[in-house]
Design a protein. Structure first.
Length: 524
């Protein structure tokens, strides 16, 4: 009997449908199995250890509010802290991976400082092969971090800060000059963008040796790439910080290819130019070049010293580029957001603003202008900046990873190697039992007496312990110079669209305003 083409096609279609049904059935079975395993095995990790935990949602764990942009990372862990703060630790899940939120300041000190050897890695994304710019001090793990930290510690001494101070001062003067005609006409200015351009100019000059002049030219390349690097990426931010194994598995870089190309090229070209033309500038790039050429940073007094084996080890070009990149990224973003948030609060609190302006003008008069030592004498300004970082921490959580199993005191918990640790900085800073009426902007929280009355690990804007922020002093100086320069000459008042309280951008990692902050500027 002959089989017609029509019948043959029907049989083939029948087979195809059969295999499609089989495939769909297999996928459905796998999804059901994964769901059951996550819900009844993986997500029982903390309950089996008698640890309070946040109820997870399959398959996102406790990250769904962040991934759906209903809460920022800072908001999410602040809320977890405030709900469970009576528990010294609380379990959470980053997709499939258990993590531990540490609430108690004594346990935080144990993790960050006392037993640092068991928690020396951040456990965030770092893959030098796939993403060379990720190999920087903030993220790199293990012995490589210790090597680079030892190399770069001499670059952030007070004497080195003084050498770089001129660049900060020069950029602040350009900013003050730029806004002068706006102040004369009492115009509205978008301070977030203005301050970001100032910070961009400072860091581009100090870290890359490039005068980009973004204060006058807001479309300068460094400013454009700054906007691109810091564009809202809630899913990528959450994964790279809290579930980096996904990026590792898929070999996905956290840095865009064009961003990597731009910064590596900018760094390489400046290094080559300075080398060929014997150019020496007292900046961060010069210190990186010393580590590339000699393996150590020269003493300021030029005295010779006996080289150790570590001193003789040089860093590579890409290692240098990665450190310049993170110095630019951290110095640009944290300082600009802190100055923006501070000006917002001072516009709402004219009495505090007047005290800052009075102190700035008095100290500037005593020191004959802006100077490194003069900025250190602006003690009320320091309180104001500290309160800004309390209310709006630039880094809302701290990440650590358990690198060797250990028992946590006062918890009865044995922490396994590889467990992610999260310190909820934003939560601590908003705890009404530590900071009464936390929504109130009150610089007097940072008098010597009030500081002494609090646990030292209840205020963590720059982290603590051996892995604290290496560029803390530079960031503070840059922030204080920007504020003193502006407030000594100009008054800021709220613009017509200013929201009270500030509306926080849920798509960004840091605590910053959604949209911009528009203030009216006028001469004093």
């Amino acid at each position: 009997m002959k089989v017609t083409k029509k019948e043959n096609a029907g049989k083939m279609a029948s087979h195809s449908n059969y295999f499609l049904v089989e495939f769909i059935g297999a996928v459905f079975t796998l999804i059901c199995a994964a769901y059951i395993y996550l819900k009844y095995v993986t997500y029982k990790y903390w309950s089996w250890r008698n640890i309070d935990f946040v109820k997870p949602v399959v398959p996102f764990g406790n990250l769904w509010p962040v991934l759906s942009v209903r809460a920022s990372i800072g908001d999410r862990f602040r809320d977890i802290y405030l709900e469970f703060k009576k528990s010294p630790v609380v379990g959470v899940y980053m997709f499939h991976k258990p993590a531990l939120v540490v609430n108690d300041p004594d346990v935080i000190r144990f993790v960050l400082t006392k037993q640092f050897a068991h928690f020396h890695d951040r456990g965030i994304y770092c893959n030098e092969k796939v993403d060379p710019l990720s190999g920087h001090l903030f993220s790199i793990p293990g012995a490589k971090w210790k090597f680079l930290r030892t190399k770069f510690s001499p670059t952030f001494t007070s004497s080195k800060m003084k050498q770089m101070f001129f660049t900060v001062q020069e950029c602040s003067e350009k900013m003050v000059e730029f806004v002068s005609p706006l102040a004369k006409n009492r115009e509205l200015i978008e301070v977030k963008d203005l301050v970001a351009r100032f910070s961009t100019d400072v860091i581009a000059s100090v870290a890359f040796g490039i005068q980009c002049n973004s204060i006058e030219n807001p479309n300068a390349e460094f400013r454009s790439y700054g906007r691109k690097v810091l564009r809202p990426r809630p899913i990528m931010n959450a994964i790279s910080l809290l579930a980096p194994s996904w990026l590792e598995l898929l070999r996905i870089p956290a840095t865009d290819a064009d961003v990597e190309k731009f910064f590596v090229s900018a760094f390489t070209e400046t290094v080559e130019y300075r080398t060929v033309n014997s150019v020496v500038r007292k900046d961060f790039l010069d210190l990186i070049m010393q580590l590339m050429d000699k393996g150590y940073v020269e003493n300021d007094d030029k005295k010779s010293f006996e080289l150790s084996e570590l001193d003789s080890q040089k860093i590579t070009l890409l290692e240098g580029a990665a450190q310049a990149f993170v110095f630019w990224l951290a110095g640009f973003e944290t300082s600009s957001s802190t100055v923006t948030n501070c000006l917002y609060e001072l516009a709402l609190h004219q009495d505090i603003q007047d005290k800052v302006a009075e102190e700035a003008n008095r100290v500037l008069g005593e020191f004959g202008g802006m100077s490194y030592n003069g900025v250190k004498e602006m003690r009320y300004l320091y309180k104001v900046v500290s309160e800004t970082l309390r209310k709006y921490p630039a880094v809302p959580i701290l990440n650590r990873e358990c690198t060797a199993e250990i028992d946590l005191p006062e918890t009865g918990l044995h922490v396994e190697k590889g467990t992610a640790i999260i310190v909820p900085v934003y939560g601590l800073h908003n705890d009404p039992e530590i900071y009464p009426d936390p929504e109130k902007f009150d610089p007097e929280r940072f008098t010597e007496e009030n500081i002494a009355s609090r646990h030292p690990y209840a205020y963590l804007p720059f982290g603590e312990g051996p892995r604290n922020c290496i560029g803390m002093r530079f960031g503070l100086v840059q922030t204080q110079v920007a504020l003193a320069s502006l407030l000594s000459k100009y008054r800021f008042t709220p613009g017509p669209d200013v929201k009270v309280p500030m509306v926080i951008d849920k798509a960004n990692f840091g605590i910053m305003p959604a949209g911009g902050i528009t203030l009216r500027i006028e001469q004093r």
